[in-house]
Ligand binder design. Structure first.
Ligand code: NAD
Length: 259
């Protein structure tokens, strides 16, 4: 299916690896010119070069921390009026809620709630002027079903979700949609690292820890970043213009509820 967005521009945050990269690649495959952001210049440049070579689209690479005011200013200087914004950043650390102090909460809120809100604020009016805009926030299945060790994620991402629910309805008359994608378990560096820690704690091999986690997912496997990216590209396409304010789980059926 042609998504009808060739020649559009997208700002994709936290996109050198994992889910953000999956979104950048899928948008590039639709002919969207990109500005991609991540913290490590070398990895980011390598990703940009690969996307250019594979698709021929323009790819600007901005190495910065998107959770800081300076990082957001650098990203917006490179891409001041994106048609498409994909919000993403690293997730907060796991732990018992008693260990999280005020500074931990502020960091989680900055990364997973206030940064996407600031970027929406900075870009949405130009989208409204043009009568077209697509905003996708990468959040987490923890918004729908809390994960006990991820209190920071459960809380900060739920704050973003509440904000998006309201603002999506405000901008809907102008051809701008805002949706959240909620990943379950995907095969990315973050999950490899989490799995290694879990295997060590349980004194089992990493392979065994992976098998155990997969057994809890009806699809019997982890998701792949490219399938996440294609769902994002669909939400950014012209055919998704009537989908807004939604929270779409992509989790292989792991969430057990009927709705
Ligand atoms: P990943 O570690 O594979 O990739 C993270 C990417 O974000 C990298 O490109 C990294 O450079 C970049 N990044 C991280 N912090 C950044 C910052 N402050 N500024 C700029 N770039 C930054 O991670 P992932 O698995 O793709 O996860 C992406 C998001 O989705 C995270 O918030 C994660 O918590 C969330 N999530 C992931 C899963 C999963 O199964 N992978 C599940 C639920 C939620």
């Amino acid at each position: 299916m042609d998504m009808g967005i060739a020649g559009r521009t997208a700002l994709v945050c936290a996109a050198s690896k994992g889910l953000g990269r999956g979104c950048a690649e899928a948008l590039a495959a639709e002919g969207v010119n990109l500005t991609i952001v991540a913290r490590t210049q070398e990895t980011l440049e390598a990703t940009a070069a690969q996307i250019r070579a594979n698709t021929g689209v323009e790819v600007k690479a901005v190495a910065c921390d998107i959770t800081t005011p300076e990082g957001r200013a650098a990203a917006l200087a490179a891409c001041p009026r994106p048609d498409i914004l994909v919000n993403n950043a690293g997730g907060p650390p796991p732990g018992d809620f008693r260990q999280f102090g005020h500074d931990d909460w502020i960091r989680a809120l900055e990364a997973n709630m206030l940064t996407p809100i600031e970027l929406i604020r900075a870009t949405v009016d130009a989208m409204i002027e043009r009568g077209f805009g697509r905003i996708v926030n990468i959040t987490s299945s923890s918004v729908k079903a809390p994960i006990d060790v991820l209190g920071l994620s459960n809380g900060a991402r739920s704050g973003l979700t509440g904000f998006v629910a309201g603002v999506a309805r405000k901008v809907a008359p102008h051809g701008v949609t805002i949706n959240n994608l909620l990943p379950g378990l995907f095969d990315t560096d973050r999950i490899v690292a989490t799995m290694a820690a879990q295997a060590k704690a349980a004194n089992v091999s990493i392979e065994e820890a992976r098998r155990h986690r997969m057994a809890s997912i009806p699809a019997g496997r982890f998701g792949q970043p490219d399938e996440f990216g294609r769902a994002c590209a669909f939400l950014c396409g012209v055919h998704a213009g009537y989908i807004t304010g939604q929270n779409l789980l992509i989790d292989g059926g792991a969430y057990p509820g009927t709705f």
